[in-house]
Design a protein around this ligand. Structure first.
Ligand code: G3P
Ligand code: CA
Length: 271
């Protein structure tokens, strides 16, 4: 994967589930396309399989994004790997199989994604969101930290290596990651109405960044400055409309997370 040089004068552009407006989300093809567009990094959601592998899947169930059926956490990795993860994006005339185009049709595990990103030798922003971690005790965090350790990505930012941040809507889950691996930067995701923490701009201990829903930023742009005043970085999701890209630039947010990385870079500039 070729990763372009890092720009400086605009928010970093992180591709949400890859370039998911163009390619099947969470596939290697979607991530490759994001870097082709010049994205600074990628976002992925992770879930535990029945046999304790972390796979890059957003939904609790597999129906929307594959040709299978069932709940991710009740299926073993081998079963999930048999499915076609591009089926929902194939047109009526398209007869391709996952075997014919594995980058587009195969399930991506977190290990495979990290392996690919490490191989670039670049400091790609790598946002890993744990989905519903509280349903599995602390298994998600334990497994995640093991995987990060395997790739030597649990020691904070290092030159020429992916810059990993763990994200979650659950402060409890983030605090568990912090306890297991204190050097990993954390992003607390918030959505919906203005949460209590946005009133004064503070975050729970050990968490250095907030991930704001763009709808909240539209309604209350002043929350960005509140978090920044406390030294927190501000990420905004999911920034797909041009007017929101302009708003994020004007507000000086640190990171925009978008399904349309090519559009975001065209709009916000390369440097
Ligand atoms: O980047 C944060 C955003 O991905 C959270 O929402 O549902 O797309 O995972 P969701
Ligand atoms: Ca996500």
């Amino acid at each position: 994967m070729n990763v372009p040089p890092r720009p400086s004068a605009r928010p970093l552009v992180v591709a949400h589930r890859g370039a998911s407006d163009e390619e099947p989300e969470h596939t290697l093809r979607a991530y490759r396309k994001a870097f082709d567009h010049g994205a600074d990094g990628v976002e992925c959601d992770v879930r535990l399989t029945a046999d304790h592998h972390l796979v890059c899947v957003h939904d609790r169930r597999v129906e929307r994004t594959s040709n299978g059926a069932g709940v991710v956490s009740t299926l073993e990795l081998a079963r999930l790997e048999e499915l076609d993860w591009a089926s929902w994006k194939r047109g009526p005339g398209e007869t391709e199989t996952p075997e014919a185009d594995p980058e587009r049709g195969h399930l991506l595990t977190l290990r495979r994604l990290l392996d690919t990103l490490v191989a670039t030798g670049e400091e790609v922003v790598t946002l890993i969101e744990t989905k519903h971690p509280t349903r599995h005790g602390d298994d998600v965090e334990k497994t995640l930290v093991q995987v990060l350790r395997h790739f030597d990505l649990d020691r904070g930012d290092q030159p020429g290596r992916p810059h990993v941040r763990v994200m979650s809507f659950s402060a409890r889950a983030l605090q568990r990651v912090h306890k297991l691996s204190p050097a990993v930067p954390l992003v607390h995701l918030v959505e919906g109405i203005v949460p209590a923490m946005a009133i004064d701009g503070t975050l729970p201990k050990g968490i250095g960044a907030v991930g704001l829903d763009v709808r909240l930023v539209r309604r209350k742009p002043q929350v960005v400055e509140r978090f920044r005043r406390h030294g927190h970085r501000v990420y905004v999701w999911t920034v797909d409309e041009e007017r929101d890209m302009d708003l994020c630039c004007d507000l000086g947010v640190d990171v925009v997370i978008t399904n349309r990385p090519g559009v975001a870079i065209d709009r916000m500039g390369v440097t």
